[in-house]
Design a binder for this molecule. Structure first.
Ligand code: PGA
Length: 255
């Protein structure tokens, strides 16, 4: 992997502020020493961002921080939503945008994902843009077309230099939380296609620099096989990121 790999933990709706701080402390003990070679990020729920951010700052941990969602407006009467500036103030480096659970349960579309991507960049953070096909799309052999369309929709109108810093997570929906995964080669084929799509939109430098993560049932036992693929630059990890031991093993597999 020529690009610096990123292993990001998506905690979903797990961990209180206190539990999150403990998890990060345990993680730090297990992965410090890997920083030069791999970037590690945690994406807690909104309510745990402050405690984790404070811990990272006070203990000078080299762990990056991400949120799991954001709204695109700067401020306003949007009850229950959180703005990009609020996340930037908590020193978030990343925001996950367009996770399939948000598309499925909260009505996100390529259009709203695109607004969020732009809003995240505008506050100096980086989006982790999630794309991936359902089992029906896969069975119909339409994965490539579907994922390319998601990438084009999410990235329409961003600047080429923003595209170079971008992170895309390829997460087949049927692999999330199921224990099923594509073969590493199969996942790499889709990631290569994502890279080509970004290249066609923003030019070769963006295609070369953008990091593409694989996500969906990444575990200590299978992580290395995905990291060995040329177009896979790390992982977005759900379930296995909630346990310090298993997440640390996945991080070490990327070294
Ligand atoms: P999983 O989730 O690792 O539990 O499959 C991945 C994700 O949804 O980001």
């Amino acid at each position: 992997m020529a690009r610096r790999p990123l292993v990001a933990g998506n905690w979903k709706m797990y961990k209180t502020a206190g539990e999150g701080a403990i998890l990060v402390q345990n993680l730090e003990e297990r992965v410090s020493g890997s920083w030069d070679q791999v970037e590690v990020a945690v994406c807690p729920p909104f309510t745990a961002l402050k405690s984790v951010s404070t811990l990272i700052e006070l203990d000078r941990l080299q762990i990056s921080l991400g949120a799991q969602n954001v709204y695109w407006e700067e401020e306003g009467a949007f009850t229950g939503e959180v703005s990009p500036r609020m996340l930037a103030e908590l020193r978030c480096d990343y925001v996950i945008v367009g996770h399939s659970e948000r598309r499925e349960f909260f009505g996100e579309t390529n259009e709203t994902v695109n607004k969020k991507v732009k809003a995240v960049f505008s506050e100096g953070m980086l989006p982790i843009v999630c794309v991936g096909e359902s089992l029906a799309t896969r069975d119909a052999e339409e994965t490539d077309t579907f994922v390319r369309e998601q990438v084009r929709g999410a990235l329409e109108g961003i600047e080429a230099d923003q595209a170079t810093k971008l992170v895309v997570a390829y997460e087949p929906i049927w692999a999330i939380g199921t224990g099923r995964t594509p073969t590493p080669e199969g996942a790499n084929d889709v990631c290569r296609s994502i890279r080509a799509t970004v290249g066609a939109m923003f030019g070769p430098p963006a295609a070369m620099s953008l990091r593409i993560l694989y996500g969906g049932s990444v575990k200590p036992e299978n992580a290395k096989s995905f990291f060995g693929e040329p177009d896979i630059d790390g992982a977005l990890v759900g379930g296995a990121s909630l346990d310090a031991d298993s997440f640390a093993e996945i991080v070490k597999a990327a070294v």
